[in-house]
Design a protein around this ligand. Structure first.
Ligand SMILES: NC(=O)c1ccc[n+]([C@@H]2O[C@H](COP(=O)([O-])OP(=O)(O)OC[C@H]3O[C@@H](n4cnc5c(N)ncnc54)[C@H](O)[C@@H]3O)[C@@H](O)[C@H]2O)c1
Length: 370
């Protein structure tokens, strides 16, 4: 198959959908890979590395879309890319159709095959192409939190791990899923006192077993949250109710219970945030203060560490990309249910129920495609 890797052109997107290592793997399976010039630059990969791995470099995005049977990307196509997409072309990328009506209509019109990273789903209902970004964001939340706890950055002025004779900081993690687990591990590793809260007793039981001694688990409810925020220096919001807006677990009135200079990192901001006072921020202007509490609410945290994020994402996407290239989308999706769940818009038909419902469009059962 002929595979094309365009350079991401969405504002501040430095990731790339395929690494030189990925090129080598696809080449081993007999495929041809075209990479747009400087596509890997933001993630630290040079054109020479891609060429050395067996790719051909094309100077323009038009040439990449023009030649490829399968386009592998990171972000959804933006308006300037729409006219480049051809009928029958397979697009394997994040789409988030339910949040963009124009994108959905355009992809229907283009009659392309849109396989969305975010809806590829394993039989245990986990989302293998979203997990890596939660891992990055969860770990980064502690790094950012530690930075904004420094006095000159607006924080209380406490070192997460303390030193001999001085107590470490208290870190409270709301939600013990992927984000919460990674945050807790990082904070514990730095020597902080960590508490993880979740509503799932089974999850708390698991975390209690695997976490080090400086991590406690506590059932998440309003009473316990009110009590624990009073002693917390850093609070991480990592709750998720799939398909719904995150619940406001910390309300505005609770802020006055906290110490001035407490830092709250709301990782769940992409689902509306789990603190009432959260509003999305950017890497250029990541924090603001409400009632003396520092809020960090960057909606695309992994974007700040494109090298790590690219490798984490491509480690997860490459096996699927190889299957798609080896078998073609139709055969690969008919035999692999995980990939089939990724199909959203195919040849002008919406085959993902949530997208059809979001924009009141006719829905076609994906099984009718095979
Ligand atoms: N800001 C970013 O850059 C960024 C990056 C990656 C992920 N995220 C977001 O982070 C959030 C968490 O993702 P995840 O992969 O860890 O999800 P996850 O499903 O693995 O974990 C969510 C956890 O929240 C728990 N939960 C639900 N309601 C709760 C409550 N009331 N109190 C305490 N816990 C509760 C669930 O039981 C679950 O364990 C998502 O909204 C995700 O989109 C943001």
């Amino acid at each position: 198959m002929i595979i094309g890797v365009p350079k991401e052109i969405k504002n501040n997107e430095n990731r790339v959908a395929l690494t030189p290592a990925g090129v080598t793997e696809l080449r081993k399976h007999g495929h041809t890979v075209y990479v747009q010039a400087e596509a890997g630059k933001g993630s630290g990969f040079t054109d020479e590395q891609y060429t050395h791995a067996g790719a051909s470099i094309l100077p323009t995005i038009e040439e990449v879309y023009g030649i490829a049977e399968m386009i592998i990307k990171v972000k959804e196509p933006i308006a300037s890319e729409y006219p480049l997409i051809k009928e029958n072309q397979l697009l394997f990328t994040y789409f988030h159709f339910a949040s963009s009506e124009p994108l959905t209509h355009e992809m229907i019109e283009r009659k392309a095959v849109c396989l969305a990273y975010e809806t590829v789903e394993k039989t245990d209902r986990s989302l293998p192409l979203l997990v890596p970004m939660s891992e990055v964001a969860g770990r980064m939340a502690i790094q950012e939190g530690a930075k904004y706890l420094e006095k000159p950055m607006g924080g209380f002025g406490i070192l997460l791990g303390g030193v001999a004779g001085v107590k470490p900081a208290n870190v409270l993690v709301l939600g013990g899923g992927i984000v919460g687990t990674q945050s807790a591990k990082m904070a514990a590793g730095l020597g902080a006192n960590v508490t993880i809260m979740d509503i799932s007793l089974a999850r708390l039981r698991y975390l209690e077993d695997i976490m080090p001694a400086n991590v406690d688990t506590v059932m998440s409810n309003e009473y316990n949250i009110r009590e624990l925020i009073q002693g917390a220096n850093l609070i991480i919001g990592g709750v998720l109710i799939p398909g719904a807006k995150a619940p406001s677990l910390i309300t505005r009135d609770m802020l006055k219970l906290m110490k001035p200079g407490t830092v709250m990192v709301d990782v769940a901001i992409d689902q509306g945030g789990c603190f009432e006072t959260s509003k999305a921020t950017t890497h250029e202007d990541p924090i603001y203060e409400v009632d003396g509490v520092v809020h960090y609410c960057v909606a695309n945290m992994p974007g700040a560490v494109p090298y790590t994020s690219t490798l984490a994402l491509t480690n997860a996407t490459l096996p699927y990309a190889i299957q798609l290239a080896n078998q073609g989308w139709k055969q690969a999706c008919s035999t692999n249910e995980e990939l089939r769940k990724g199909l959203n818009v195919v040849h002008g038909k919406v085959v993902f129920k949530g997208v059809a419902e979001a924009w009141h469009l006719p829905y076609t059962d994906v099984k009718e495609l095979f």
